[in-house]
Design a protein around this ligand. Structure first.
Ligand code: TRP
Ligand code: ZN
Length: 899
C-alpha cells in the first residue's frame, strides 16, 4: 500500500485557534494482528469552555488510511447521515455539549512502510505517533493541545506477542472471554497527554530491569526491552538512564513521576528515539552497545540520546507544545539540557566543539539556503520537514544564550517558574520567554527576534589600539541576510564573550572606559579577564582602558552566540591563538579559521591549475599544536582535525568538490610528510596510555586517547606508505574494540590501500549477522573519497543485506553517499546525482520522511560552480515532475527550486 496522501494545505501559525472540543479520557483496545489490527476507541468529549458559542460547532477528528467499521454516540450507533468521512477527517456536524463517542477502525501494520502510526519492525509491532501518526491509528483530534487520560488494553496472540507494553502503569484488570491463545494487558497512564506521546509495543522481548530511588524516596522500576538476541547489550543505556535521572534532580530539581520507566529498542525507526510517556521507543543503534561492536562515539551518542528522551519527561511531556509551530519549545530546550549533561559527563570543550560544528557546518547552511526558517516557523506544508537542525540545535543555542545572559542562577529560577506555571499545560515559546523574563527581571523583547527571524547574523569587529591613551576601541557591526519571506531583519540581541591576551598569552584585565570613576581613578576591584558584551544595535562601540600594548583578541569565546564573526585577524594572530589562547574552545576555533582560509586558497589554486604549496609557517604551527600537552587528548585531537570537505565547500564561492578534495588531501599529506616521526610517536604514546588505563568497557578517558591515536593514524596512512599501512593492518587485526577496528578499516579503505578489500571482507564475515555493525560496513564504503565509489554503492544497493525499508541502512548507504562523499556524489558527469534521484524516487512511496531527508543533499545547488549547478537543478526538476510525490519531498523540492 502506498503511503497515504496528506492534505496538501499550508498551515500558518497566525491561524491557530483553540480546540472546540476537549477529550477528558480515551479508552483504547487493540486487537493486535500485523495484517489487520482492530482499534476500539471510546472518547469522553466535551465542549471547550474557552470557546463559548451559542450552538455546538461541528466536531472534526483527524484520520488517515483508516477503515471505519463502527461509530456510536452515547451508546447509540450513528446513522450515516450524521457524519461525513474524507481522506483526512471525520466530521460530525451536529453535536451535543458533551458525549461519549465509540469508534472502531481497522488498520494494516504490515503495509505501513512509512513507520508512522502502528507498524511492524521485524517480529515486533510498535508505534511512532509524533508528529501526526496517531491519526493513522484512530480518528482523534490529533493536535498537541488536546490532552487526555489514556487507558490502553492490548489483546494479542500469547505466543507471538508475549510482551505487551503501553504508557503508564500496568493495571491488574483482567479481560474476560478472550479467544484461545490470546492474552491481554491493560495500561493506565494517570497523566493527561497529547496523542503524539501515545505508544504501544508488542512482541518477543527480553527485559533488563533495574531500579532508581528518586530524591524524595520514591522507587521507580527501570526496564530496557530488547529482542532476545540482544540481551546483554543494554548495560550502558541503563547506566546512562540512571545518570540522567540523578542529574535532572540535581541540576534542575526535576524528578520522575511514574512508577515505571521503559525503553524499547527497535530496528526500524525514522529518527533517533521518541519520548513517549513512560515508554520511550529507541532506534536500536542508540541502545545496544558493547566494546566489540560499538565505537566510543556510539557509546557517547547513546548516553546523550537516553538523557535527551528522559529530559523530555518535563520539557515536552508534562509541559508540552500548544501546536507544532512551538516544536522548539520542547526540542531546543531539551537539546540544551542534553548538551549540558554531556558537557559534564564528557568534557565541556569537546561537547561545545561538537555543538559548534553542527551549527556552523549544517545549521548555517540551512539558514543560508532555500529551506531557511526561523526557530519558530510561521508556516509549513509537512510538519515532518521541520524536525530540523534549526528547530533543534539553533533552538538550543537560543536557550543557551538566555542561560549566558541571565547566568546560571537566574536561568534556574526561570526554569523553576516555567515548570511551576505550566505543568500539565500545552504552551508556546512566548510563555517560556515570559517565565525567563519574570524570573530574571530582564527585558527580553529584542531577544525574542531569535525565535522569529531566520538567517545567520554576521557580526564584524574592527579594533583600534591607541598607545597614547592606552585604550582599545572595539567597533561592532551586525547584519543579517534576507531569507525566504523575510527581506529585512532588525538587529539581534547578541551576547559576545571576549578576552584579550598579551603577546605571551596572559589574559589582560578588561575594564571599560565607561566604568572608570568620575574623578578619573579606577575602581579598586580587579576587573575580569573575560567579559560578556551585549550587542543590541547595528553599530556598537566598546572602549577598554588600561591597554598599554596592542593585545590579541579572543572573540566569541565558547561560541557565545550562533553568529558568523568576522574579525580579519591575520595569520600570525590566528596561529598565536591556536597555540596560546587560554580558552580551549577558541584555540580550536583559531585553528579552524586558519585552515579554512588556507584550504580555500589552495582549492582556488587547484581550480586554476596553479601548483599547490603549503606554507612552512602552517606546518610549524601544526607541529606546535601537535606538541600540546596541557589539554585532554580528545580536545587536542579536535584542534588537529582539518574542517571537513562539506564544511569547506559551504565557504567556497563557486563550490568545486574535486578541487577542495585535492586541496585538503594535499594539506594532510604535506603535514604528514613533514611530521610523520612526531605523528608516529604520538600514535604510540596514546596507544600506550590507553593500554595503561586498561579499562573494561567504555571509558571517556580511554576514548580520548584513542581519538588522538586514531587521528595520528589517519594522517600517517594518507602518505600511502607501506609501513603505515602495516601499522593500520596490525591495529585492525589486534583490536579488541570496534573503535580501533573501524578506525583502521576506514584508514585502509580511504587511503586506497591494496589490502583494503581483504580487510573489508574479513570484517563482513565476522559481523554479517549484526545489522548495526553492517551499517558501519555500508557507510565506510559509501564514504570512500573516490569518484568510482559510485560503482561501489550501485553494487551495494543490490547487496542482499541492503533494504530500502530500513532507515538505518538507507542512511548508511544513501545518506553517507550524498551527504558525506562530496567527491563521488558531485562528480562532474552528473551520474552521482542521477543515481540519487532514482533512489529518492524509489524510497518516496515507501518512506516519505526518509526520502525528503535525502533530497536536502540537492538544496544547495545554487552554491555550486556552473556545471554542477545546472546538473543539480535538472535533477531537482526531474523529481518535481514526477507524479504522486509525497508532501514531504514536494515541499523540499518546491522550496529548493523557487526563484
Ligand atoms: N521527539 C523525538 C525527539 O527528538 C523526535 C522524533 C522521533 C520524531 N521520531 C520521530 C520526529 C518521527 C518526527 C517523526 O526526541
Ligand atoms: Zn527531542
Amino acid at each position: 500500500m502506498d503511503a497515504p496522501k496528506r492534505d496538501n494545505v499550508v498551515k500558518y501559525l497566525k491561524d491557530y485557534s483553540p480546540p472546540d472540543y476537549l477529550v477528558d479520557t480515551i479508552d483504547l483496545t487493540f486487537e493486535l494482528d500485523p495484517k489487520a489490527t482492530l482499534v476500539h476507541s471510546r472518547l469522553t468529549l466535551r465542549r471547550n469552555p474557552a470557546r463559548p458559542a451559542s450552538v455546538p460547532p461541528p466536531l472534526y477528528l483527524d484520520g488517515q488510511a483508516l477503515e471505519l467499521l463502527h461509530i456510536a454516540m452515547d451508546g447509540v450507533p450513528l446513522p450515516a447521515s450524521r457524519y461525513r468521512v474524507d481522506a483526512n477527517r471525520l466530521c460530525i456536524p451536529k453535536m451535543p455539549e458533551s458525549c461519549t463517542l465509540e469508534l472502531r477502525t481497522r488498520i494494516h501494520p504490515t503495509a505501513n512502510t512509512a513507520l508512522e502510526g502502528l507498524y511492524v519492525s521485524g517480529s515486533l509491532l510498535c508505534t511512532q505517533c509524533e508528529a501526526e501518526g496517531f491519526r493513522k491509528i484512530t480518528y482523534y483530534p490529533d493536535r498537541p493541545d488536546v490532552m487526555a487520560r489514556f487507558t490502553t488494553t492490548l489483546i494479542a496472540d500469547r505466543q507471538r506477542f508475549p510482551v505487551l507494553l503501553s504508557n503508564g502503569n500496568r493495571s491488574n484488570r483482567s479481560i474476560k472471554g478472550l479467544a484461545a491463545g490470546k492474552h491481554a494487558v491493560t495500561w493506565v497512564d494517570p497523566f493527561p497527554k497529547p496523542c503524539y506521546l501515545f505508544a504501544l509495543v508488542a512482541g518477543k522481548l527480553t527485559c533488563h530491569s533495574d531500579h532508581f530511588i528518586t530524591r524524595s524516596g520514591r522507587p521507580v522500576t527501570l526496564e530496557i526491552h530488547v529482542e532476545p538476541g540482544n540481551s546483554g547489550l543494554s548495560g550502558h543505556a541503563m547506566q546512562a538512564l540512571k545518570k540522567a535521572m540523578r542529574w535532572d534532580e540535581e541540576r534542575f530539581g526535576r524528578e520522575y513521576d511514574l512508577d515505571l520507566y521503559m525503553i524499547v529498542a527497535v530496528n526500524d525507526f525514522n529518527m533517533g528515539a521518541m519520548e513517549n510517556k513512560g515508554l520511550n521507543i529507541f532506534n536500536a543503534r542508540y541502545v545496544l552497545a558493547d566494546q566489540e561492536s560499538a565505537t566510543d562515539l556510539d557509546f557517547q551518542h547513546i548516553e546523550n540520546i537516553v538523557a535527551h528522551e528522559y529530559f523530555h519527561n518535563w520539557t515536552g511531556n508534562r509541559i508540552t507544545c500548544r501546536d507544532w509551530f512551538q516544536l522548539s519549545l520542547k526540542e531546543g530546550l531539551t537539546v540544551f539540557r542534553d548538551q549540558q549533561f554531556s558537557a559534564e559527563s564528557l568534557s565541556a570543550t569537546v561537547q561545545r566543539v561538537r555543538d559548534a560544528c553542527l551549527i556552523r557546518n549544517q545549521q548555517f547552511a540551512e539558514d543560508a539556503g532555500p529551506t531557511a526558517h526561523p526557530v519558530q516557523p510561521d508556516s509549513y506544508l509537512e510538519i515532518n520537514n521541520f524536525y530540523t537542525i534549526t528547530v533543534y540545535d539553533k533552538g538550543a543555542e537560543v536557550v543557551r544564550m538566555l542561560h549566558t545572559l541571565l547566568g546560571e542562577e537566574l536561568f534556574r529560577h526561570g526554569m523553576d517558574l516555567y515548570c511551576e506555571r505550566h505543568d500539565g499545560q500545552a504552551v508556546t515559546v512566548e510563555e517560556f520567554v515570559q517565565a525567563m523574563e519574570v524570573a530574571s527581571g530582564r527585558d527580553l523583547a529584542q531577544f525574542r527576534l531569535w525565535y522569529q527571524q531566520a538567517g545567520t547574523p554576521v557580526v564584524s569587529v574592527a579594533m583600534v589600539h591607541d598607545p597614547q591613551t592606552e585604550t582599545l576601541c572595539m567597533e561592532f557591526h551586525q547584519s543579517c541576510p534576507a531569507t525566504p519571506g523575510q527581506p529585512h531583519k532588525a538587529p539581534f540581541h547578541i551576547p559576545v564573550r571576549i578576552g584579550l591576551l598579551d603577546r605571551s598569552g596572559h589574559p589582560l584585565p578588561l575594564r571599560l572606559l565607561s566604568e572608570a570613576e568620575p574623578d578619573g581613578c579606577t575602581p579598586s576591584e580587579s576587573p575580569p579577564t573575560s567579559r560578556l558584551l551585549e550587542l543590541r544595535q547595528a553599530h556598537e562601540t566598546f572602549v577598554f582602558s588600561g591597554v598599554a600594548h596592542p593585545p590579541v583578541p579572543s572573540l566569541l569565546r565558547h561560541f557565545s552566540a550562533p553568529v558568523i564573526l568576522q574579525a580579519e585577524l591575520d595569520a600570525d594572530t590566528l596561529t598565536f591563538l591556536w597555540t596560546h589562547d587560554s580558552d580551549p574552545f577558541n584555540r580550536w576555533n583559531a585553528g579552524q579559521q586558519l585552515a579554512t582560509r588556507l584550504l580555500l586558497q589552495l582549492a582556488d589554486d587547484c581550480r586554476a591549475h596553479r601548483p599547490l604549496k603549503l606554507d612552512d609557517s602552517f606546518i610549524d604551527s601544526f607541529d606546535q599544536a601537535l606538541q600540546t600537552r596541557d589539554l585532554d587528548p580528545a580536545t587536542t585531537a579536535m584542534i588537529l582535525t582539518l574542517p571537513t570537505e562539506s564544511a569547506l565547500l559551504a565557504h567556497m564561492k563557486e563550490a568545486d568538490p574535486r578541487a577542495m578534495h585535492e586541496a585538503r588531501l594535499f594539506v594532510r599529506q604535506s603535514l604528514a610528510n613533514a611530521l610523520h616521526e612526531r605523528l608516529l610517536q604520538l600514535y604510540e604514546w596514546h596507544a600506550e596510555q590507553e593500554s595503561l588505563l586498561a579499562a573494561e568497557g567504555y571509558h571517556p578517558q580511554v576514548a580520548a586517547h584513542r581519538s588522538l591515536k586514531n587521528l595520528s593514524l589517519d594522517y600517517l596512512v594518507c602518505l600511502r606508505w607501506a609501513e603505515f599501512w602495516h601499522l593500520a593492518m596490525r591495529q585492525f587485526h589486534k583490536a579488541h574494540n570496534m573503535t580501533d577496528r573501524l578506525a583502521a578499516l576506514t584508514c585502509l579503505l580511504h587511503s586506497a590501500c591494496p589490502e583494503g578489500e581483504t580487510v573489508l571482507a574479513l570484517f563482513a564475515d565476522r559481523w554479517q549477522k549484526n545489522s548495526l555493525v553492517m551499517d558501519k560496513w555500508f557507510a565506510v564504503q559509501a564514504r570512500i573519497p573516490e569518484e568510482r565509489s559510485l560503482r561501489r554503492v550501485r553494487n551495494l544497493q543490490k547487496h542482499p543485506l541492503f533494504n530500502l525499508k530500513n532507515p538505518n541502512r538507507v542512511r548508511a548507504l544513501l545518506g553517507s553517499f550524498c551527504h558525506d562523499n562530496p567527491l563521488a556524489f558531485h562528480q562532474p558527469s552528473g551520474k552521482g546525482y542521477q543515481w540519487m534521484v532514482k533512489q529518492i524516487l524509489a524510497l518516496d512511496p515507501l518512506n516519505p520522511q526518509g526520502a525528503a531527508r535525502l533530497v536536502s543533499a540537492f538544496s544547495h545547488w545554487r552554491n555550486m560552480e556552473p556545471l554542477r549547478r545546472g546538473l543539480m537543478q535538472t535533477a531537482l526538476q526531474q523529481i518535481q515532475q514526477t507524479d504522486d510525490l509525497s508532501q514531504d519531498v514536494f515541499e523540499i523540492v518546491l522550496k529548493s527550486l523557487k526563484q
